[in-house]
Design a protein around this ligand. Sequence first.
Ligand code: GLU
Ligand code: ZN
Length: 339
Amino acid sequence: MNAFSSGAAVTGRFAPSPTGPLHLGNAWSFLLAWLAARAEGGRVILRHEDIDPDRSRQEWMDAIERDLRWLGLDWDEGPNHGPHGPYHQSLCRHLYEKALDKLRARGFVYPCYCTRKELRLMAGAPHGAADGLGDEGAAYPGTCRHLTPEERAHKEAEGRKPALRLLCPDDEVTCFDDLVLGPQRIPLQRCGGDFALRRSDGVWAYQLAVVVDDMRMGVTQVVRGEDILLSTPRQLLLYRLLGGDPPSFAHIPLLHDARGERLAKRHKSLSLAALRESGCSPLAVVGYLARLAGLQEKDEPISPARLADRLRREGSFPWNALPRGPILVPDGAERRWKP
Ligand code: GLU
Ligand code: ZN
């Protein structure tokens, strides 16, 4: 809990990208996000992060809602109901535009004309990736920060469409208390450098969209995979520049398979649809995940609602019970979830 959320009821959220079917790893983060909010009598919002029109599909949004309900996870606000709509990022472009104007007025936005190929070439020494911290390859070295108006005009005349980047203060060090990982102290320059707010094809960037939406929806608690940890300093900077109160963050360990790969869409037998269709019980799936989270000792089947009741009686979510580092899901684990 941080200074901004103490005392007030928690508002958590599910923020899925509808680019494919949900799998066990998504169920893991959504279950924890839901329980962490419900443990404190809080609310949960569902927001479809369908910001990339090429990758997002209505059928996946429908599937996500069905899968969440199958698991026993509900939400208080979401598509079609609630005071903080729209709950689809594709309908919020005007809001991202407004936030961009605000950042631009403060002098923090500049056009970047680099092509993907140029960015790859510049990335000769990928310090971001090499120290294991980079989630997007090498840091952008700020090449287009100081282009003169003439240079910009020249690039435009060549027909180049710019991306828009945020000018990140060089010496910014972000400190925050992670509910799972504890105190963090991360130099912003290790988070990919000046990051994109809008791609050259006009698609809004995740970093901006997620902050604008979490801010306007009053989200006070963000529970997500630790693979996103390095996005948090960038998002905290946006909170500061846009004048919003940041939520508290819990970056949770990811589920991995027996080969050490994180669970993802390609683990087809662990998609929630496959589990449902092969006759697995959602209570068994939840019971298994609850045991992984340290919430119960055995894989006993249980509903999210019963877990939440228990946690509410205990008064808070036991973040300390979560294991550290990647969590192994052995091959064939799903065989045990059939009655
Ligand atoms: N849509 C993002 C994802 O699915 C959400 C990340 C977040 O929770 O901030 O990765
Ligand atoms: Zn550039």
